[in-house]
Design a protein around this ligand. Structure first.
Ligand SMILES: [Zn+2]
Length: 287
């Protein structure tokens, strides 16, 4: 069932668990994540970056595939199709394409411009029953080989953006995208607690879920994080399983070259890591 992410995240805040956002890249990824959600009776958010949208030939293709797959696979758990780190133009494209949720990432903009564009998008999205995420304090990560520390969002700025009516908010608390460096300082729970105090029950989003230790994830959830984004970890699991298949020479045996066989171990590996994350986040049987 394709729905906005608003209700599932409100329920998550109330129930003190988090819903995973797993980014999709193709049919195998989408199928693996939807089936795992259904098998575990868990709500789920499918994340699509602008790059992945382009790769899949456009947001309309993505929305059509996801909607058809939900029907064909009889997926009854709540599924949100969400634009990840959207530009202003990207948000409009996804709204038109039939996404049920978008993130407008205005974190790199001056705060006044971030506020103006976020307010406009909140109105447009809510008229159509689409949920919207905003971001304050840019989330670090590797860009062109330089690993930046995650910025800590100013709780007052978070409150300003929260008051615009967004449905959930990504606040940087030292989290970063991709693999975490050896000398990472960990999440800033003081900043998270301060933000939570100001914004009340608005669900918070933790980006860069790959490699954050389980105890930190659980503390973050106890402090109001209700959506956790996982991307790199699925890629690493897919890569490892695919590499193993080829290194063991299985693609050279019989019809092992068939793409449906070649991609099967990676697809199964995604199911394993998605289930593990659902267990850690506490979303199993919360559909
Ligand atoms: Zn992110």
């Amino acid at each position: 069932m394709l729905v906005s992410a608003t209700e599932m995240l409100k329920k998550a805040v109330a129930g003190k668990y988090a819903v995973g956002q797993f980014n999709i890249n193709n049919l195998e990824w989408t199928k693996a994540i939807l089936q795992t959600a259904q098998e575990n009776n868990s709500p789920v958010i499918l994340g699509v970056s602008e790059g992945a949208g382009k790769y899949m030939t456009g947001f309309k293709t993505v929305a059509a595939m996801v909607k058809a797959m939900i029907g064909e696979l009889n997926i009854t758990v709540p599924v949100a199709l969400h634009l990840d780190h959207g530009t202003y133009e990207g948000c409009y494209k996804c709204i038109d394409a039939g996404f049920s949720s978008v993130m407008f990432d205005g974190s790199h903009l001056p705060i006044e411009e971030n506020i103006a564009k976020t307010s406009e998008l909140v109105e447009v999205c809510h008229k159509k029953g689409i949920s919207i995420e905003a971001e304050v304090g840019s989330i670090g990560g590797e860009e062109d080989g330089v690993v930046g520390a995650g910025e800590i969002a100013d709780p007052e700025e978070c409150k300003k953006i929260a008051d615009l009516g967004v449905d959930f908010l990504a606040a940087g608390i030292g989290n970063i995208h991709g693999k975490y460096p050896e000398n990472w300082k960990g999440l800033d729970f003081d900043a998270l607690a301060k933000t939570k105090e100001l914004i009340g029950d608005l669900p918070l989003v933790l980006h860069g879920g790959t490699g954050i230790p389980a105890d930190m994830i659980q503390t973050a959830i106890s402090l109001g994080v209700a959506k956790i984004n996982v991307n790199t970890e699925c890629q690493l699991y897919f890569q490892e399983a695919t590499r193993k298949y080829i290194e063991e020479g299985k693609d050279l045996q019989g019809k092992g070259f068939d793409p449906r066989k070649l991609l099967a171990p990676g697809t199964e590996a995604i199911k394993v890591i998605v289930k593990e994350k659902m267990e850690l986040f506490g979303s199993i049987d919360k559909a």
